[in-house]
Every structure is written in structure tokens, then in C-alpha cells.
Design a protein around this ligand. Structure first.
Ligand code: ZN
Length: 240
């Protein structure tokens, strides 16, 4: 079983294409939210994601913002500019696809959310005490999350959090329970500019982590040309 687990595409089509090509044939694609916003290709990313086999796609906080479900005062100036741009650019059928996305999905041994099992849209799993308390909010073997744009695997034995930051090409035999984050496709923030993804086999309990280069400069040019905030272009080269 090869499940491609991706998150935080953020309307970056070249990064998404590079990951799909690198991953090759898979049995299913699980996309953990934030398909749109920041990048210049929201419609094309929705179109390409919809074609994926056995797709499970979740709603992220940026998707919800673009759908007008969130108060934009929680976003900084650049982020709300980008939300407005995406609202204008999004085709009606792409908007409807986002409208139908769930916030939480339980599939066999797996719970899928964007942010955290306690607060699927908003909570960031960065602080270790926050991570520890979230282990009480799912009862499957694995919980898959995105949102922080940082690839990581967390374990909790009831006392301590242990974490692993997998390297490119590394396969991790997951312990149970685990919270796993594949990192971000379109806006990495772990000081590595390459797009990140994982190939997950829930039956074998393996998590194979990968990084892929993609034409960053072409995306940066298109972000600027579209009139989207320059900051969202600049940070792509540094992965911050
Ligand atoms: Zn995101």
C-alpha cells in the first residue's frame, strides 16, 4: 500500500507537479489541507488534486479563509491581501470543491486533520506540551497533520514526547501512537526550500519521507506578476 501524504500545497503548481512525478504510482493521495492561498495557481492545483486516485482532501485554515468562513483580522496584511486575491481568482467549481472538504476524517487506523486533532483548523503542533495534550484527542494508531509546514513525527509514552525529523529518502518504522507531518509542498518552513512529502503504508506502519527540487524562480516570478505579496515569493527560496 503506497499512500502519498501531502499538505500545504498553497497554490504552488510546479511544486505539486514535481512531487506527483517523484512519487510515481500510488494507491491513494491524502492531502491535509491548505490547497490554496499564497501561490499563483489555485485553480490549477484544485484541478490536479481532483484527478488523484482515491483522494482524501481536508480543509485547511487558508482554504476556510478563502471561502469567507474566517475573520481575516486574524491574518496579517500580506496574508489577507493574498486571501482576497485568491477569492477573486478562484473559479466557481474550484470554490465548490473547497466548500465540500471535511475538517476531520477517520480512515481505518488513521485520523486526518490539518492542524491538530483537538482543533483541526487552527492549532499548531509546535510546542511539546501542546503536542502531548493532543494525543488524548485521537484513538487511532496514527494521526496525520500539516499546518506547521515542518516535517516531523511525534511519539508520546504518557510522560514524554519523542520526535524524529526524517531525512530525505529515510523510511521510519512508526511506533503507535504517532502524530506524523509530511511537511509542506508549496511553502516549506524548515529552512529547506524543496517540496516535502511522505509515502505512508498504514498496514506496514512505514513512513518514507522525501524532498524534491522544483523551479522556485518561475513560481516567484509568477507570484510577483500576479500582484501577490512579494514576501510570499521571497520566503520560497529560503524555506522560511
Ligand atoms: Zn499552510
Amino acid at each position: 500500500m503506497r499512500i502519498l501524504v501531502i499538505s500545504d500545497v498553497h497554490a504552488n503548481l510546479p511544486a505539486l507537479e514535481a512531487v506527483l512525478e517523484d512519487a510515481g504510482t500510488v494507491d491513494a493521495v491524502w492531502c491535509l489541507g491548505d490547497l490554496v492561498d499564497y501561490g499563483p495557481d489555485p485553480n490549477e492545483c484544485v484541478d490536479l488534486i481532483r484527478q488523484q486516485p482515491n483522494l482524501v482532501c481536508l480543509l485547511g485554515n487558508h482554504d476556510a479563509a478563502v471561502l469567507g468562513r474566517l475573520d481575516l483580522s486574524f491574518f496579517n496584511r500580506e496574508a489577507s491581501l493574498s486571501v482576497h486575491w485568491t477569492q477573486q481568482a478562484l473559479r466557481e467549481d474550484a470554490r465548490q470543491f473547497l466548500e465540500g472538504l471535511p475538517e476531520r476524517v477517520v480512515l481505518g487506523t488513521n485520523t486526518l486533520v490539518h492542524g491538530s486533532p483537538r482543533n483541526p483548523l487552527w492549532e499548531y503542533l509546535l510546542d511539546l506540551s501542546v503536542v502531548a495534550s493532543n494525543f488524548a484527542y485521537f484513538d487511532t494508531a496514527y494521526c496525520l497533520v500539516g499546518h506547521t509546514h515542518i516535517p516531523v513525527i511525534f511519539y508520546y509514552n504518557g510522560e514524554q514526547i519523542e520526535w524524529i525529523i526524517p531525512k530525505d529518502g529515510e523510511t521510519v518504522d512508526l511506533k503507535i501512537p504517532a502524530i506524523a507531518n509530511p511537511g509542506s509542498i508549496g511553502q516549506p518552513r524548515d529552512r529547506d526550500s524543496r517540496a516535502a512529502y511522505a509515502i505512508f503504508d498504514p498496514d506496514a506502519g512505514t513512513w518514507e519521507f522525501h524532498r524534491v527540487v522544483y523551479p522556485i524562480e518561475a513560481v516567484q516570478e509568477r507570484i510577483l506578476k500576479a500582484g501577490l505579496p512579494a514576501y510570499h515569493a521571497r520566503r520560497l527560496s529560503e524555506g522560511v
